[in-house]
Write a protein that binds this ligand. Structure first.
Ligand code: URP
Ligand code: ZN
Ligand code: ZN
Ligand code: ZN
Length: 463
């Protein structure tokens, strides 16, 4: 039996901050006590004095190896989960994809095959339903039983992942029956495709035009429409990667009516802007993702939404493509730039910087990055908190260390950083995943295959 004791740190959860010793046995937290009050013995003692002791991060939105735009996201489950561990994230929820014309089961099997035996930290799956029909609607019930209790639908990307309003309504009605949570990519893709075609015809081919055609109004409109469809279906709704102030307003209005409508934003919308998309010499391609980066003015509304709980979760939408050879596919045509940004390694640190900057408090940091994603997607209190009975997914975090984010030092398999040169205060020191030390004093000690598929219950944020 391995007993580990973490001593002297400030334990921070979504609800409490207390100096406590944490005792771990068989991969779980078994007890917590005021420092020095118990005569606990252990095989391993980790001194966390002057450090925070926080739950491992739960990143509810990643795309390892996602096929997109004729290529694949550059992080495998092995490299992506190792980078997650380095960044203090001990659970990811990735998106299995139903290939068009195929079954949900086939898509899920394929994603299990990619991840099985590869992951450094625990993982779960959502399912991208790219073809809502009688057969896939039936399959949605089985998914929930298999621990895949959420599906993503797209109002964007016609011809690829897109569902029309009728399909969306039917999937939402079905989710109402199965207890599954509908996650929505809310952008009016049909209208956006018209604007893309017109922009290209005018010779507007640079990356910044990606941001211009994917208009704020078309995110707000789709968000509004998704909310009304969910209302008609009597189902809860989780809107992914919210970037526009006007979309936050739609969520806030729905929540003011008491509707079970939730929203996620991502670090790129909180820290980056259309200024990045406009960087010269095709550099802007590094920042092409959808929903797109917005003018800087939108950031205040996102921070406010995170404080008022109109936005509940910050996930990364980690979907890396190398600048060289992948983003470059869109030289001369912004619509061919694969969509997505790297970030799974940076989320906990960037959000800690938000604590330092005064945007959020430190318990809210843990709430939006660990506890609420765990509750939203049926993993709580196994994940997302530090309490007796919880998995010992724990980060020893140095709140005073300074670091400069750079592709030269990050561990994601991508040749650039979206946050290159940014100095932040705070750094992960040591990471435990189910009691096993996977990062020890900034040395990687984990292994591919330690991470397990973690079946999820239905949404726990509704009650
Ligand atoms: O640009 C993005 N977000 N790529 C990943 C796919 C998605 O829509 O989440
Ligand atoms: Zn202290
Ligand atoms: Zn999306
Ligand atoms: Zn995504």
């Amino acid at each position: 039996m391995t007993r580990t004791l973490i001593t002297g740190g400030l334990v921070i959860t979504a609800t409490d901050e207390t100096h406590a010793d944490v005792l771990i046995e068989h991969g779980r937290v078994v007890a917590m006590a005021t420092p020095g009050t118990q005569a606990w013995t252990a095989d391993r003692v980790i001194d966390a004095s002057q450090q925070y002791v926080i739950p491992g991060g739960v990143d509810a939105h990643t795309h390892m190896e996602l096929p997109f735009g004729g290529t694949f996201a550059s992080d495998s489950f092995e490299t992506g989960t190792r980078a997650a561990a380095w960044g203090g994230t001990t659970t990811i929820i990735d998106f299995a994809v139903q290939p068009k014309g195929s079954s949900l089961a086939a898509g899920l099997d394929a994603w299990h095959a990619k991840a099985d035996g590869q992951c450094a930290v625990d993982y779960g799956f959502h399912m991208i339903v790219s073809d809502v029909n009688e057969s896939t609607l039936r399959e949605m019930g089985r998914l929930v039983e298999q621990g895949v209790s959420s599906v993503k639908l797209f109002m964007a990307y016609p011809g690829v992942f897109y569902s029309d309003d009728g399909q969306i309504l039917r999937a939402m009605q079905r989710a109402g029956e199965t207890g599954g949570l509908i996650m929505m990519h809310a952008e009016n893709g049909i209208a956006i495709d018209v604007l893309v075609e017109q922009a290209l015809a005018r010779g507007e081919t640079d990356p910044r035009h990606h941001g211009e055609v994917r208009k704020v109004l078309l995110e707000a409109e789709a968000t509004h429409r998704a909310i009304q469809l969910a209302r008609v279906a009597g189902a809860p709704l989780y809107v992914v990667h919210v970037s526009a102030e006007e979309a936050v307003a739609e969520l806030a209005a729905a929540r003011d009516k008491g509707l079970p409508v939730f929203g996620e934003t991502c670090p790129q919308y909180l820290f980056l802007s259309t200024d990045n998309l406009a960087e010269p010499g095709f550099e802007g391609a590094k920042y092409v993702c959808s929903t797109p980066l917005r003018p800087r003015e939108h950031q205040a509304a996102l921070w406010r939404g995170l404080r008022t709980n109109d936005l509940q979760v910050v996930s990364t939408d980690h979907c890396p493509f190398c600048f060289s050879g992948q983003k470059e596919l869109g030289r001369g045509d912004f619509s061919k730039i694969p969509n997505g940004l790297p970030g799974v390694e940076n989320r906990m640190d960037l959000l800690h910087q938000a604590v330092v900057d005064g945007h959020i408090g430190r318990r809210r940091w843990i709430e939006i990055a660990c506890a609420t994603p765990a509750r939203m997607f049926g993993l709580y209190p196994q994940k997302g908190t530090i309490a007796p009975g919880s998995d010992a997914d724990i980060v020893i975090y140095d709140p005073h260390a300074q670091q400069t984010i750079s592709a030269a030092t990050h561990h994601m398999n991508v040749d650039y950083s979206a946050y290159e040169g940014r100095t932040v205060t705070g750094q992960v020191r040591t990471v435990l995943s189910r009691g096993e030390v996977v990062v020890e004093d900034r040395k990687y000690t984990g292994r591919a295959g330690h991470g397990c598929f973690t079946p999820r219950s239905t949404c726990q944020y509704l009650n």
